[in-house]
Design a protein. Structure first.
Length: 225
């Protein structure tokens, strides 16, 4: 895979990517520092976070990465995203996540799924716009967040008495390469299919942040601060 990862040469694009990466990283860091201390949560609150995370991730991650794939036009971006999808499907990451969640006795109920429904729907509708650059920016935030969230998710599961770690172990490692790959895909896509000037580059990233807050704090968009 690495042989395909070559940055475009234009200095302006490189500078743009550095700035976008800094913004995404800062959005992720804001989410991570806002996480409630697992020790101070009740067992049911810990279950709820794992359950809502699963309600979002299990059925949507591959769907959303596929949306990014069909939205991009740059061949290099397509190849990078396809490699990511290949790994997700080949190694059955949704099955891995389901094992993790069941072991923590936190399988999502209808209440968990509906708690994130409003913000989840907004992300789905946004991706339906098939905007290559915006979709890749959103998925870069998703991969980067998942990477940094794994330690926290592990702590929640341990506190629920689980010893199942394959999902969190795998995603604490493979998502480093996935996140970097998506920024290279972004650079390629910006060169071939730049975003319209009136569009917000971070529209999907902001919607995804709102969804992650729904997962963590069990609040709908209408009640979010
Ligand atoms: Fe995965």
């Amino acid at each position: 895979m690495n042989k395909t990862l070559t940055m475009p040469q234009q200095m302006t694009d490189s500078a743009n990517i550095v700035g976008i990466k800094e913004t995404i990283n800062s959005m992720i860091d804001d989410l991570i520092v806002s996480l409630p201390n697992p020790v101070e949560l009740t067992s049911d609150e810990r279950r709820g976070i794992i359950a809502r995370y699963t309600a979002v991730l299990e059925g949507n991650f591959i769907y959303w990465m596929t949306a990014a794939y069909i939205s991009v036009q740059a061949e290099e971006a397509r190849m990078i995203i396809l490699e990511n999808l290949h790994e997700e499907v080949r190694d059955a990451h949704p099955a891995m996540l389901r094992r993790f969640t069941i072991a923590a006795n936190a399988f999502p109920t209808d209440v968990d799924a509906l708690a994130v429904d409003e913000s989840l729907t907004k992300v789905r509708l946004f991706l339906g716009g098939l905007s290559g650059v915006q979709s890749v920016v959103m998925m870069a935030l998703f991969e980067g967040f998942i990477l940094k969230f794994m330690e926290y998710l592990t702590d929640l599961a341990i506190a629920r008495g689980s010893v199942e770690r394959e999902y969190t172990d795998v995603h604490g490692v493979c998502d480093i390469e996935h996140t970097e790959g998506l920024f290279i895909a972004l650079a390629a896509e910006m060169e071939v299919n730049p975003i319209d000037s009136e569009k917000d580059l971070f529209e999907g990233a902001h919607l995804l942040c709102a969804l992650i807050k729904s997962i963590v704090f069990n609040r709908t968009l209408s009640s979010a601060v």
